[in-house]
Design a protein around this ligand. Structure first.
Ligand SMILES: [Zn+2]
Length: 155
């Protein structure tokens, strides 16, 4: 599967949750829009997500925001510092490494330790498939970002 043509930073950021490890870059995409639509739909349908946006503090990871109605909504909050995932320390981890750890969780069950207002909390959360509307949003965001000529066209 060719991933390199997925070049929209905007939608990658919006869907930074969890197992989404798509390539983010700059500039237009030169693949046919129809092909991109298919690939994004296929890829996201096969993945599960957590629903958080993360800031890399170098070192350390902090939750910047939690997507509404995502698996993370009830458990995680903006400002939580990620300390460990499934027994692995995140204190010096990059966002990429964190996503890798999530992707390695075959069951989709994730055990997190976070630091919230000075207290450690143990949080168990289950990754879920991307909702259809998220997938469609990701597709239209990619099309309008990286395929300006075809923006608004029906896939
Ligand atoms: Zn494209």
């Amino acid at each position: 599967m060719r991933l390199l043509f997925l070049k929209s930073t905007a939608w990658a950021a919006a869907f930074a949750g969890a197992a989404l490890a798509l390539h983010a870059g700059e500039g237009d995409c030169h693949a046919p829009a129809r092909e991109c639509t298919q690939q994004i739909r296929q890829m996201l349908s096969a993945r599960r997500y957590l629903g958080i946006q993360i800031v890399e503090l170098k070192p350390g990871l902090v939750i910047k925001s939690v997507l509404p109605d995502s698996p993370a909504t009830a458990y995680l909050k903006a400002g939580d510092r990620l300390i460990a995932v499934n027994g692995r320390s995140l204190e010096k981890a990059t966002v990429g490494r964190f996503k890798q750890h999530l992707a390695e969780s075959n069951t989709g069950k994730v055990m997190l330790i976070v630091l919230r207002r000075g207290a450690f909390r143990r949080i168990e959360v289950r990754l879920e498939p991307y909702p259809k509307e998220y997938i469609e949003k990701a597709i239209s965001a990619h099309l309008s970002q990286a395929h300006p000529a075809t923006a608004g066209a029906q896939p």
